[in-house]
Design a protein around this ligand. Structure first.
Ligand code: SPV
Ligand code: MG
Length: 293
């Protein structure tokens, strides 16, 4: 497992470089692929782990389940992990416990959102979006900051004010309050189909800490446009691993079912040797050569 400090430093360096690019991952395998593709970090998403387990993203996946995925990702890759800890699994007491465990598991950042527990996934049309009071959430942010062992472990405060339809003034008020509570970065999420809402927020932002965006709903906002805003330090590609996997599996399964065999898909899918490589079978061979007697 890569050293915790090295991983935290790597994420900090990516932020200081201008824009940290964080790719969705829902497993050590997808984190490895994100690392090989050159991303700065892996987004250990609650939505994707829920989907992988066949569940909606409504606080059904336990902290232990999510933590196990983070731990396994940290074992397998050197990539910094940005852990999506939803509402922090309860109040500030739960946040303290969670931050201790996530830092120990190898995460380099936690993202905590200001929704009430249990939450409803952000992008679903008509979803119930209840927020806790800003003061209560400030307590959670302050608890996370006070608990981390390494000041390089990032505490990202996520406001769902735009998702809840509360408007830009409320989003800015909350973001300022969370920065005051010690957040390193503020994530502002939006389900608007155009980037206007988050671009307006980013332009109006007068805080010191950087902004984090998750442009799933408004894919027109590419990195060139994000950099031009000047205040955004991290972009999270929120769910592209699971969506790519779903599309690829559907197409492959349908073709095998329709063709009554696997010959047609053979050249479309990864080879078995490629999966052996990703599993590190070469290391098994080395261990066998050295130690099997
Ligand atoms: C996730 O990927 O779990 C997120 C991003 O929190 S979203 O699903 O867009 O809320
Ligand atoms: Mg989430």
């Amino acid at each position: 497992m890569a050293g915790r400090q090295a991983r935290n430093d790597r994420l900090r360096a990516a932020l200081e470089g201008g824009l940290a690019r964080i790719m969705a991952a829902h497993s050590p395998l997808s984190a490895t692929l994100a690392e090989e593709a050159g991303f700065d970090g892996a987004w250990a998403s609650g939505f994707k782990l829920s989907a992988l387990l066949g569940l909606p993203d409504v606080s059904l996946v336990s902290m232990a389940q999510h933590l196990e995925m983070v731990r396994a990702m940290a074992w397998r890759t050197r990539l910094p992990i940005v852990a999506d800890i939803d509402t922090g699994f309860g109040n500030a007491v739960n946040v303290v416990h969670a931050v201790r465990l996530y830092e120990e598991a190898g995460a380099s950042a936690v993202v905590i959102e200001d929704k009430s527990f249990p939450k409803v996934t952000s992008l679903v049309a008509g979803g119930r979006q209840d927020l806790v009071r800003a003061e209560e959430f400030q307590g959670k942010v302050a608890a996370a900051v006070a608990t981390r062992g390494d000041p390089g472990f990032l505490v990202v405060a996520r406001t769902e004010a735009l998702i809840a339809g509360l408007g830009q003034d409320e989003a800015l008020r909350r973001a300022r309050a969370y920065e005051e509570a010690g957040a390193d970065l503020v994530l502002v999420h939006s389900k608007s189909r155009t980037p206007d809402e988050v671009e307006a927020f980013a332009r109006a932002w007068d805080g010191r800490c950087g902004i984090v965006l998750v442009p799933t709903a408004y894919p027109q906002l590419d990195e060139r446009r994000i950099r031009a805003l000047g205040t955004v330090r991290m972009v999270i590609y929120g769910n592209h691993a699971i969506r790519a996997a779903v599309a690829a599996m559907k197409a492959t399964f349908a073709r095998i079912a329709a063709e009554g065999g696997i010959a047609g898909v053979e050249r479309e899918i990864a080879t078995v040797e490629e999966v052996f490589r990703l599993q590190r079978m070469d290391e098994v061979r080395e261990i066998e050569a050295r130690f099997l007697r």
